[in-house]
Design a protein around this ligand. Structure first.
Ligand code: SAH
Ligand code: SF4
Ligand code: F3S
Length: 487
């Protein structure tokens, strides 16, 4: 049976909720009970659906109360220091359970498990199991070991694993939008980033299994799929297990790239919306933008993380593009998809960032006027290129001040974008009740703005046209209008 759970109104859990618990598996009756909590990005969330599927298949059941669980699993994130600290804090609560229930098994999954490996078991004596993102098929075996009193660990990264054949157990709350992983790992080596170390080499999943999963989601009532990867523009599936870098030009031409994959997904059904995350500015091609423009059901929204508006900082970050290249990509989006929502990620206070370099980020933000942004203070991560090559030398108070400036500016831009939509009629996919009022529904438009409006006879999973009557920085407020009232 499908499970509908989690506390998750903002699906863009990627960065906004990094380090916060985003999902807790639902309650099912009978069998050994699993409590599963996810931290971090959408990929982790999607992995938890794989983990739940593997274990339910083996006869486990799930619970939302860790106190009654036989297995307590935390799917962790290592992206910034504070993400790890939150996991450690939470773990302190879970470990207490061992006093009354010594046989309970505590497992650490995901990126922090991969980063710390056996060190985790040494540091956290009460943890029984450490499993990296590519080792989830081994979970039943590892649990068995842990049940026999051994401390179990598998952090082997794979060059092939995509879990393509495992149908995820949907753990989302709304039953309307589903995450679908299309690739794993990352080969980019941005100097600040731990992900290549925690998730290994980039590999693309077979398109047929992706289409099958999206079709099944649609048939189960889902109306939106978000195709997930750390760098979706680099998706390339050649079949035959050949590595991308080893392909000849001819083999590449016979492979499936991201633009083609997205078109295949868009063709499943006009009522199935398609989103994707994350695009990388160095790899985003006009092909992808043209496919987006061609299909009404591919949402007009691109998350294009800039990180910094200064070319020297971008070079130190090893991002593979400079300011001009990035702005050219923004111009291409505006040209090919007028009115497309654009969001970004920004890091304040990267190694050696001067005030002038920071001001370039401010100027770039003013130029682009993002609809939305995730904004972070640089957090040095062990083993990354930046940790080895550069000094984390921007004082904490300067980082804070720069971040505050970035956040304040973004707020103005977000307000501007939502205000601009007042008076328009926008097509909304309803995700459920508004958090603030049971009489109101919430959904999103193509540009990914949250829209709230009175319930009337509308229900989750329906498309509705909403006339926007007012706005806040993050939300459009309006009322449903007749379907033939135009868009
Ligand atoms: N693959 C995605 C991003 C994944 S991590 C991409 O390349 O866009 C999500 C975001 O976390 C990044 O875009 C970056 O802004 C932020 N981030 C990553 N490492 C960080 C670090 N060490 N300190 C602060 N922010 C970081
Ligand atoms: Fe990290 Fe860069 Fe890969 Fe994104 S593209 S996951 S920031 S290394
Ligand atoms: Fe965190 Fe791993 Fe995602 S480090 S952001 S959970 S890929």
């Amino acid at each position: 049976m499908p499970f509908k759970i989690i506390e998750l109104e903002n699906k863009q859990i990627d960065e906004s909720k990094q380090g916060e618990a985003t999902m807790i598996a639902p309650k099912v009756i009978g069998g050994k009970k699993l409590f599963l909590e996810s931290y971090g990005c959408q990929m982790n969330f999607s992995d938890s659906e794989i983990v739940a599927s593997i274990l339910i298949d083996k006869g486990f059941t799930t619970t939302q109360d860790y106190k009654e669980a036989d297995l307590i699993f935390l799917n962790t994130c290592a992206i910034r220091d504070n993400a790890e600290n939150r996991v450690r804090q939470r773990l302190q609560d879970y470990k207490k359970i061992k006093k009354t229930k010594p046989e309970a098994i505590i497992g650490i999954l995901g990126c922090m498990a991969e980063r710390l490996k056996s060190q985790f078991l040494e540091e956290e004596k009460l943890v029984d199991l450490v499993v990296g993102p590519d080792a989830y098929r081994d979970l039943p075996n590892l649990i068995d070991q842990a049940e026999h009193g051994q401390r179990a660990i598998n952090v082997i990264l794979s060059k092939e694993e995509t879990y393509a054949d495992i149908a995820p157990l949907r753990l989302d709350k709304n039953g309307v939008s589903a995450f679908v992983s299309i690739m794993r790992g990352c080969d980019n080596m941005c100097s600040f980033c731990v992900v290549p170390f925690t998730r290994g080499r980039e590999r693309s999943r077979d398109p047929q299994s992706i289409i099958k999963e999206c079709k099944e989601a649609f048939e189960a009532g889902y109306r939106e799929v978000t195709l997930l990867g750390q760098n979706v523009d680099s998706y390339l599936y050649s079949g035959g297990g050949l590595k991308k870098e080893k392909l000849t030009e001819e083999q590449k031409a016979n492979s499936t790239n991201f633009a083609q994959l997205m078109e295949m997904v868009a063709l499943i059904h006009p009522d199935l919306r398609v989103r994707f995350s994350t695009s990388h500015p160095k790899d985003m091609t006009d092909d992808v933008l043209e496919v987006m423009a061609k299909y009404e059901n591919i949402c007009n929204n691109i998350h294009l993380p800039v990180q910094s508006g200064n070319s020297n900082v971008l070079e130190r970050m090893n991002r593979g593009y400079n300011r001009e290249w990035y702005l050219d990509r923004i111009a291409a989006i505006r040209r090919i998809i007028p009115g497309c929502g654009i969001s970004t990620d920004v890091i304040a206070g990267f190694c050696g960032e001067t005030e002038e370099e920071h001001q370039d980020t401010i100027r770039l933000m003013n130029e682009v006027q993002y609809d939305f942004a995730f904004m972070f203070i640089y957090s040095e991560r062990p083993k990354t290129l930046a940790e080895r090559k550069f000094k984390d030398d921007v004082p904490e108070e300067v980082k804070q001040k720069r971040l505050a400036e970035i956040v304040a500016l973004q707020r103005q831009h977000s307000e501007y974008h939502t205000r601009k939509q007042v008076g328009t009629v926008t097509k909304v996919l309803i995700e459920g009740e508004s958090k603030k009022s049971p009489d109101m529904l919430m959904g999103r438009n193509s540009q990914n703005s949250v829209v709230v409006f009175p319930k009337d006879n509308h229900k989750r999973g329906d498309y509705v046209l909403v006339k926007v009557t007012s706005s806040t920085a993050s939300t459009l407020i309006g009322e449903a209008v007749d379907l033939d009232a135009g868009q």
